[in-house]
Design a protein around this ligand. Structure first.
Ligand code: UD1
Length: 422
């Protein structure tokens, strides 16, 4: 296990290229299992979650060749013979549960481990399972596994309303339906860019999906999908994270390249209230910070609302704003494990139910802190970069799950982050 030693405070100055999206890549990888020929995916980030999902897919007999140098991956399901996703791998990463839809689509059956607990409170999969049942798939639970099967080559389908709207359930149901359900309608479907990208790729493969980008997806069965070459989206959460990191130090001036700013939804609306200079030119976002950062309260919502995956970073930023602000999470109610750690660095944050109140501006100072999950970890790195003195961030394996070359990218623009064995 590694830890980071971070010296601060350091302004960030320079250019950071944005990597491919982790959360969008995995559905595309899962979709390749539905094809009758190989699929080539581009802009796939070198992240531990991607390597874990690669292993989950390889368990089935599918060949996966990942060229990290060019960020491209070729997946060929021609020899798929095993329809199990084991606990050992699924427990490491919840998105492995996409194998349920992918294997139903490919083989008409699946045995997939239930994902189990999560560091940020209950994250059920009930909607995934109820949705498949509504589609006509038989679902049984036993020994910690979901057993899915269908009687014939196809199921009738039907209609299912997601309540609440769920990214993961939408993706799983789309994967399961395109080759198996005569007609299936998903209502209150997630509209996140990850869902849109998956649906577009499936259509290019030959699928029949209507309503892409809206909250009603209508899927009609096709018999065959062909492999395609497809490009992943850049990671909007990585872009948002670096925008926030740049805003944290008054002298920072950071340019982010390879972005899709339109996929940030309402996030720039909140960002523009900070008093920071933010210019967007095509795929380039430039942030020039200010020494008069304004407190801005946010409430997370499903896309295009303020993303829950940026709330920890935002609360961290608010420690540097002159005044009181609140961050409320309506998507996940218990995602504040970073708060005691930020307070150890000198922050003044208080959690009540699903809301954290931040009183700024506080001078942060170096300390030893512990990463608890992916977004919490990056927030601690950001705090440490503006804290006076030396900080130690333990358990950075969380970061390796979701930020490609984080310390290299930040060090290149002025940070002082050393990775050492813990
Ligand atoms: C995905 C993202 C995660 C992000 C989240 C919300 C991936 C790999 N992960 O997670 O980074 O924070 O979207 O944008 O893409 N729910 C149920 N029952 C279910 C499924 C979900 O009640 O069966 C609830 C959840 O508890 C939550 C809400 O629905 O309150 C949204 O969760 P969901 O969109 O499913 O999140 P994930 O797909 O797991």
């Amino acid at each position: 296990m590694d830890k980071f030693i971070i010296e601060g405070p350091t302004p960030l100055k320079g250019t950071i290229p944005i990597s491919g999206s982790k959360n969008a890549a995995m559905p595309l990888m899962a979709a390749s299992l539905l094809a009758s020929s190989p699929t080539k995916l581009n802009l796939i980030p070198r992240l531990n979650d991607i390597y874990t999902f690669k292993k989950v897919i390889e368990e089935t007999g599918t060949s996966v060749v990942f060229d990290g140098g060019s960020n491209s991956m070729v997946l060929n399901p021609a020899n798929l013979h095993n329809t199990e996703a084991p606990y050992e791998l699924v427990r490491r990463m919840r998105a492995s549960f996409y194998m349920l839809g992918a294997l139903i689509g490919n083989a008409g059956e699946a045995k997939v481990s239930l994902p189990g607990g999560c560091a940020w409170g209950p994250r059920p999969v009930d909607l995934h399972l109820k949705g498949f049942e509504a589609m006509g798939v038989k679902i049984k639970l036993g020994q910690g596994y979901v057993f899915a099967s269908i009687d014939n080559a196809s199921v009738e389908g039907g209609e299912f309303t997601l309540n609440p709207s769920s990214v993961g359930a939408t993706i799983n149901l789309v994967l399961g339906a395109v080759k198996r359900a005569k007609k299936f309608v998903i209502k209150n479907a997630a509209k996140e860019p990850d869902v849109v990208l998956l649906c577009r790729m499936l259509v290019e493969m030959g699928a029949d999906i209507e309503g892409i980008g809206t909250d009603t997806l209508t899927i009609q069965k096709v018999d065959e999908l062909k492999g395609v070459e497809y490009s992943n989206d850049p990671d909007r959460i990585e872009a948002g994270t670096f925008m926030i990191a740049a805003a944290m130090h008054p002298e920072s001036d950071v340019t982010l390249t390879g972005c899709r700013p339109e996929q940030l939804g309402k996030f720039p609306e909140s960002f523009n209230k900070l008093g920071v200079e933010c210019t967007i030119d095509g795929s380039v976002i430039r942030i020039k910070s200010t020494d008069n950062l304004q407190p801005v309260s946010v409430t997370t919502k499903i896309y295009p609302g303020f993303p829950t995956d940026l709330q920890a970073q935002w609360a961290t930023l608010m420690t540097q704003a002159g005044g009181t602000s609140m961050v409320t999470d309506t998507v996940y109610f218990d995602r504040f494990s970073y708060v005691p750690e930020l307070n150890r660095l000198g922050g003044n944050l208080k959690v009540e139910k699903n809301r954290v109140t931040i009183v700024g501006k506080t001078q942060l100072s170096g300390a030893s802190v512990m990463s608890t999950d992916l977004r919490a970890s990056v927030s601690l790195v950001m705090a440490a970069m503006v804290a006076k003195g030396t900080s130690e961030i333990l358990r950075v394996y969380h970061l390796d799950r979701g930020y490609e070359q984080l310390e290299e990218k930040l060090n290149r623009v002025g940070a002082s982050i050393k990775r050492v064995p813990q």
